[in-house]
Design a protein around this ligand. Sequence first.
Ligand SMILES: [Zn+2]
Length: 341
Amino acid sequence: MPGVVETYPWHAEAWQALHARHAQGRLPHALLLDGPPGIGRHAFARRIAGALLCRQPDAGTGDACAECPACRQFASGSHPDFRHVRLLLKGESVGGKKRDSDASQILIDQVRELGTALGMSAQHGGWKVALIDPADQMMPAAANALLKTLEEPTPRTLLVLVVTHPRRLLATIRSRCQTVTLKVPARDAARAWLAERKIADGEALLAMADGAPLQAMQLAEEGAAKARHKAFDSFLAVASGREDPVTVAAAWSGADTPRLLGWLGGWLVDMIRIKQAPGMSLLDNLDLGDRMQGLVEHIELHELFARLDELQRARRLVTTQVNTQLLCEELLLGWRPGPGN
Ligand SMILES: [Zn+2]
């Protein structure tokens, strides 16, 4: 369901059980969604909300249709019968008070506002759904206010409490919720899921992430971001004559060469854009814009186009059996500054 919620294969069992409960009219007023971070708990909570708010959910799976007006409102964050209570950020306000720092706990005013909203009838005449995430980071006064809301449930209202440490909740809150536990998927399934997303080193990443696939994916993205910056630093060092192209080519050669050449291609396209139309607004690599700007001052546009041609050729070659060290050397040697620069 693009645009509404992400669904993950390791949620299937918990989802089916919950859908069956709903189909039998046995949904409680409050669910405690328990499990470790990095496995999509929030997405699961949103999946429940989307399904309840949708006007024509799928009869088989129970999932939201993603197309009706309610689904579109939910996806855009404007559904009037949906609330998400979370940690407030600096500059956000509640109860007329503006935060001067990021909150580390959910505040009583947030829970009071939620209680008021849930006490009114649904604007669309259907379900009202509220997510509280992270529900185990609530101020004691907020927890007491939530308890009051749970003690006076209104019909067709569902509260979903997302927690990492259920024991940090008041026992009286826990006892008013039904627990749904999401688990870390089997290692094989998690590895296969990462592989489908073209993430290398799945095993090592999963080990660092305690088996949580989304956490592993985030680590991969952070690693890629760092590697991209490092590659740009070394590229710039070659282009400004501070680093030997052969040394950098050795570091760039190997299994990672296609990815590095892909990045270099993106930088080159942006450098051409800078040359053709000064101003950074159209760049793909906005974070590197200033440094690319400095570099292209000494290079003619026609040279950049010639290097782009060379690079395209190299990118075609790199997929065949080729010496990646030589290929990278050939490309990087061309970037050494000339005597005039
Ligand atoms: Zn729908």
